[in-house]
Design a protein around this ligand. Structure first.
Ligand SMILES: *Cc1c(COP(=O)(O)O)cnc(C)c1O
Length: 397
């Protein structure tokens, strides 16, 4: 690729100069980001929902064939907005996988609902549709699938359940930007979707996200919630002659400075995806022998998915071996990480949601054995081969 990396070189954070460290992640940035930000500063308008935000929103609509895109300060905030739109009453339930980032469950709680934790499918690590069906009650108001690693949840089955029980479907597509399910871009398949442009994701603004929807009503409500509960967006379009407080909202508009960072990334959206796919394929072919010997399990991308290769993860034989591999790889200069402490067994859920007796064996198994390897465009082929070699060494005995 023709970019000039301005991120720190891979050995930047090392303690010993002779032991190069392969970092777990590096955001994709190049010199053009600096120019992009400069232009916003020179134009003199640094707040949000300005010219650059609008440009990026238009671009995202085109790219992902989604009618409405509202940039937000984070995916967490987009998820909170989505849950606010459900107008939950006390006791209302929303079904979420336990195997997800905390933001999914926090959003339900902030909106006054109860997150009900469901099991995951052992192959894709997304919602187990049979378990979801078992957990639907008269209190259930929405299903909250999470697309893990860039691999889609089983959306047809989820949408069918939602239709049958009259539920809203909100997609946590934080990791699903530019990935597809049966030819459709993630985020725009359910009623509302949320993207993340956090530093650790595929396309970044630093901190940032988007609420996406094909539903006009949710889009209008989103504009209001995002602008402190005012109809300022209607005012700016000349639809009303003054703006005022019309809903209970907050401040979720993305600054144009951060939108400019995202804009420079979107220019290379294809290249970023291609490089991630190449790294994914190098890992698959380099680790395949260990898969055949059943020393580890490689990730599965079902035929109905087009991944964005956000995460490359392997499953090891048990938790002790995973923890040992993580520590040994670190000694050998390769930074890896686990994912996630299941929410139903987290201190907060145990204390506040009484989740002690919830049994989610697949979730526990996956969370206990999963190891994420470095995957980002700055990673070179040699570095990937080095990681593959080290994994072989660590799993030798
Ligand atoms: C990263 C992530 C989020 C949060 O995204 P932010 O933009 O950092 O708020 C939410 N859900 C999932 C599944 C994520 O991976």
């Amino acid at each position: 690729m023709g970019f000039i990396p301005i991120a720190a070189p891979n050995n930047y954070y090392m303690n010993k100069p002779t032991n190069p460290t392969i970092l777990f992640n590096k955001p994709y940035v190049d010199e053009r980001v600096v120019e992009s930000i400069r232009q916003v500063i020179l134009a003199g308008k640094l707040s949000g929902d300005g010219v650059v935000c609008h440009e990026v929103e238009e671009q995202l609509k085109q790219l992902f064939n989604i009618k409405h895109v509202l940039l937000t300060t984070s995916c967490t905030h987009a998820l909170e907005m989505a849950m606010m739109m459900l107008d939950l009453k006390p006791g209302d339930e929303v079904i979420v996988p336990s195997f997800t980032f905390v933001s999914t469950a926090n959003a339900v709680l902030h909106a006054g609902g109860i997150p009900v934790f469901c099991e995951i499918n052992p192959h894709t690590f997304t919602m187990d549709v049979n378990d979801v069906e078992r957990k639907i009650t008269s209190k259930t108001k929405a299903l909250f699938p999470v697309h893990y690693a860039g691999v889609s949840a089983e959306m047809d089955e989820i949408l069918e359940l939602a239709r049958k029980h009259r539920l809203v479907v909100v997609e946590d597509a934080a990791q699903g930007v530019n990935a597809k399910y049966k030819g459709k871009y993630l985020g725009g398949i359910g009623d509302i979707g949320a993207y993340s442009f956090h530093d650790t994701k595929n396309y970044v603004s630093g901190e940032g996200g988007a609420l996406v929807t094909n539903n006009e009503h949710y889009a209008r409500r989103g504009e209001i919630l995002r602008e402190k509960g005012t109809n300022r967006s209607n005012f700016l379009r000349g639809e009303v002659d003054k703006y005022t407080w019309v809903d209970c909202g907050s401040s979720y508009v993305l600054s144009d400075i951060l939108a400019a960072v995202l804009k420079s990334q979107l220019e290379e959206i294809k290249e970023i995806q291609t490089r991630r796919r190449e790294i994914h394929n190098l890992y698959v072919s380099g680790l395949n022998d260990l898969g055949q010997k059943e020393k580890l399990r490689l990730p599965i991308i079902p035929g109905y998915c087009e991944s964005n290769y956000h995460i490359f993860c392997i499953l090891l034989r048990d938790e002790a071996e995973r923890n040992r591999a993580l520590a040994k790889l670190k000694e050998r200069g390769v930074r890896t990480t686990f994912h996630y402490v299941p929410l139903h067994s987290s201190p907060y859920a145990l204390k506040e949601l009484g989740t002690k007796n919830i049994q989610l064996p697949v979730t526990d198994e996956v969370a206990g054995t999963l190891l994420r390897l470095p995957i980002y465009p700055h990673l070179t082929d040699e570095e990937v081969r080095f990681v593959i070699e080290q994994v072989h060494e660590v799993l030798k005995d």
